[in-house]
Design a binder for this molecule. Structure first.
Ligand code: NOJ
Length: 755
């Protein structure tokens, strides 16, 4: 019966669409044929995306506008759904689209697969700290495989927004502050999700989001106003989006923010002029959730109808949950306010992606119950996310060689509210993940049985429920556990203290005005430190924190972010030296929140330094230095690395020539290790002022004990060009500095010029 129905719909479509053209070959031709038989309503349907979690089986939908959505789905007025997941649920909606609508056009099913699906990998900011592009690609591939097995064929990831403001909760979802690193990671993630063959049932379409400027929200408050100039837009914000396009990303999402006075969703400069014009992008643009209707609150659209007109004219192809396209486009076209060519263009873009996914060949290819059961959570995925988690850890400080921990004969106190927590390590944005399924640090450390491990919570991080929708209430009063924790610390050889942020203190709409370790955790740490100086601090957090007291006092600090399902195993293996950490910070850590926004690739200003002790008039604060707590690119290892002997193959080049910079990298320790060697360039003077230095390349180098290697980078035109005062990507002649080293603070440098 089912088969007959599909047969009827698809053959109707095939007859209607291809009846006259038996030799149709390319996707574009197929799209055109299909478009030619679509009514305006069916076209608008393709541009309409609805949220799921509503009753599609029974005749009486359960909530609010679900009835409308159900009717719309049946009459071909829905082209996509989000938040429907699991083979059973996806089948329900897909069957309606394919078997009950006139043309049987399959739905594209979107979901926020941000850092893993059911098996969770580290939050994206943590993954970025690995600087390991292959591991990141692999992590996205695992996420895609699980999501695809669960009926999903489109992820709203990667988020490629650059951000310099740790107050912004969504820094956890990005790759940090640097456009070069961010661009490489954007490329790797898109490749991981989409693979080399989008028609494979294991790959899904990706989304580069949020176009554009979302990470530059004023004061780090989510959804806030964004006002940036051309140079920042082109040199800092755009590059990761362009890298995503190079990786053939199938879709874009616009953003909630206004950019220089125009909401991104209604911004024709961004969407039509830059993206679809200058960059010749062929995929489609989905709005962010309700961002069309929000243009009324922005004070840009006068009503919903106006919002639809503005959004489509500006190049937004699909409406996520504003309901304005489905309500008003037909009317707007009839009134001559919208050109049908714009509707056609949007529909073509959407259909093209559906064809590319192979949905017309088999709309149920993501709906195999057997595969779903077999694939999700499989061993290889657990191993993959464990590997990614270990690579994401950053050793911030390791004095007295407290780490690695000795494997036997030690009394170890494990203290802190996050030490036994199985929920926070899963991170924000894990809507398919099951709560409390992470391996905790306690569980990870229990695997090392030859030490005596004792756990005390110390203080609670929160009071009340840590629910994702409810407000998170930090504990600032209950100190009852401190005495016991201190007593335990006193009689232990080493204290491992696990504190930081609860997972939903970061993520969308989780901006903070403080970057301190929340609640009573720092007080607990200080009390413990008074009785035992051998403290290893393990931080779990989704953003840079201002941990100045900790840096000044605590001998060893490990940045463990929110590392996903295998969190505790990864942390334990690093603490015990079974994995030698190699992560490097993708975002600057400030000394205090007043320094924010703070980022390594800042401009010099006209008064960068104090020319004399008694002179006050230079660019600084009178209470804290300009220096960050930890610079971008910082991260230690159990090995020790030394950079020396920088050499250039030439001192002057023309713009089309290249210079090879080489140097010696030595592991001066007796432990094998991996170092991320970084290349920075400074353009000394230019038509638009340039940053004090910019990351332009990096390499991961593995060195045996006492081994040295000659490492080199090629400085090419791509590494020297920028968006100049001519509004073009150009190399300008002049003088440059090149720096190599293990962080953005490196001082090993050489000079060259471009003639
Ligand atoms: C809003 C977020 O900004 C966006 O990134 C996400 O994909 C959508 N909601 C859908 O969940």
């Amino acid at each position: 019966m089912k088969k007959i129905k599909i047969g009827i719909c698809l053959s109707l479509f095939l007859n209607l669409a291809f009846g006259q053209q038996p030799s149709v070959k390319t996707i574009d031709q197929k799209v055109d044929s299909l478009l030619s038989i679509m009514t305006i309503k069916e076209k608008i349907g393709q541009m309409n995306q609805y949220n799921g979690f509503w009753n599609v089986t029974g005749p009486t939908p359960v909530e609010g506008d679900a009835a409308n959505k159900y009717d719309h789905l049946k009459s071909g007025l829905v082209g996509s759904m989000l938040n429907v997941r699991g083979v059973e649920e996806v089948l329900k909606v897909q069957k309606i689209a394919v078997e009950e609508t006139r043309l049987g056009i399959p739905l594209i099913i979107g979901f926020d697969v941000i850092h893993g699906y059911k098996t969770l990998s580290p939050i994206p900011l943590a993954e970025a700290a690995s600087w390991d592009l292959e591991a990141i690609r692999k992590s996205s591939e695992i996420a895609a495989t699980e999501a695809a097995a669960s009926g999903i064929n489109w992820t709203f990831a990667p988020m490629v927004d650059i951000s310099r403001d740790a107050r912004w909760g969504r820094v956890m979802e990005g790759s940090g502050e640097d456009p070069y690193l961010g661009g490489k990671i954007a490329y790797a993630r898109v490749k991981g999700f989409q693979g080399d063959d989008l028609t494979s049932p294991n790959t899904i379409a990706a989304t580069a989001k949020h176009f554009a400027g979302y990470g530059f929200a004023e004061a780090g408050r989510d959804y806030n106003t964004v006002d940036v100039g051309t140079s920042t837009l082109y040199n800092i914000i755009f590059p990761p989006f362009q890298e995503a396009i190079k990786a053939d990303v199938k879709t874009f999402m616009n953003s909630f923010n206004e950019l220089n006075g125009i909401p991104a969703t209604g911004n024709a400069f961004l969407q039509r002029e830059v993206l679809k014009g200058d960059w010749n992008y062929k995929g489609f643009m989905v709005s962010d959730w309700g961002s069309m209707i929000e243009m009324i609150d922005h004070g840009y659209a006068k009503d919903g109808k106006h919002a639809a007109e503005l959004a489509l004219n500006a190049g937004s192809d699909m409406d996520m949950e504003s309901y304005v396209y489905v309500k008003y486009i037909e009317e707007l076209v009839a009134e001559g306010k919208l050109d049908i060519a714009k509707v056609d263009d949007a529909v073509k873009r959407i259909l093209r992606v559906k064809f590319e996914l192979g949905l017309f060949d088999d709309p149920y290819k993501y709906c195999d119950l057997g595969r779903e059961k077999k694939v999700i959570g499989q061993k290889a995925h657990q191993e993959g996310v464990l590997d990614m988690a270990k690579k994401s850890i950053v050793l911030l400080k390791n004095e007295n060689e407290l780490l690695p921990l000795k494997k036997k004969g030690q009394k170890i106190a494990l203290i802190g509210p996050l030490a036994a927590d199985k929920n926070s390590p899963l991170g924000s944005w894990r809507i398919a993940g099951d709560d409390n399924t992470a391996i905790s640090v306690l569980e990870g450390m229990q695997e090392y049985k030859k030490n005596k491990l004792t756990y005390q919570e110390g203080v609670k991080l929160s009071i009340g429920e840590n629910d994702f929708v409810k407000e998170f209430k930090v504990n600032t009063t209950d100190r009852t556990g401190i005495t016991e924790a201190v007593a335990l610390a006193k009689k232990s050889d080493v204290v491992v203290m696990v504190i930081g942020e609860y997972s939903y203190q970061t993520g969308e709409a989780r901006s903070r005005t403080s970057l301190d370790i929340p609640g009573l955790q720092e007080e607990l740490l200080k009390e413990v430190y008074k009785v035992n100086k051998n403290v290893v601090l393990v931080l779990m957090n989704g953003r840079p924190l201002a941990i100045t007291w900790e840096q000044e006092n605590i001998p060893t600090i490990v940045e463990a972010w929110h590392l996903g399902t295998q969190s505790g195993n990864a942390i334990a293996q690093v603490l015990y030296g079974d994995y030698n950490p190699s992560g490097k910070l993708p975002m600057t850590f400030p000394k205090n929140v007043g320094q924010v926004p703070i980022y390594y690739n800042h401009k010099n200003t006209g008064r960068p330094t104090n020319p004399g002790d008694d002179v006050v008039f230079w660019s600084h604060y009178s209470d804290v230095s300009n220096e960050p707590l930890y610079p971008f690119g910082h991260g230690l290892s159990y090995s020790k690395f030394e950079y020396s002997n920088i050499k250039l193959s030439a001192n002057a080049i023309t713009e089309n020539e290249k210079i090879r910079v080489s140097f010696t990298l030595k592991n001066t320790s007796n432990i094998e290790g991996k170092e991320v060697a970084q290349l920075y360039i400074k353009d000394l003077f230019a038509s638009v002022t340039r940053p004090v230095r910019e990351l332009k390349d990096f390499k991961m180098v593995t060195l045996k004990p006492n081994e040295s290697k000659e490492v080199s980078f090629d400085i090419t035109k791509e590494k020297l060009q920028f968006y100049t005062a001519n509004n073009k990507w150009e190399v300008e002649p002049g003088n440059f500095k090149v720096f190599v080293g293990g962080s953005s603070k490196t001082s090993l440098e050489a000079d060259f010029s471009v003639k």
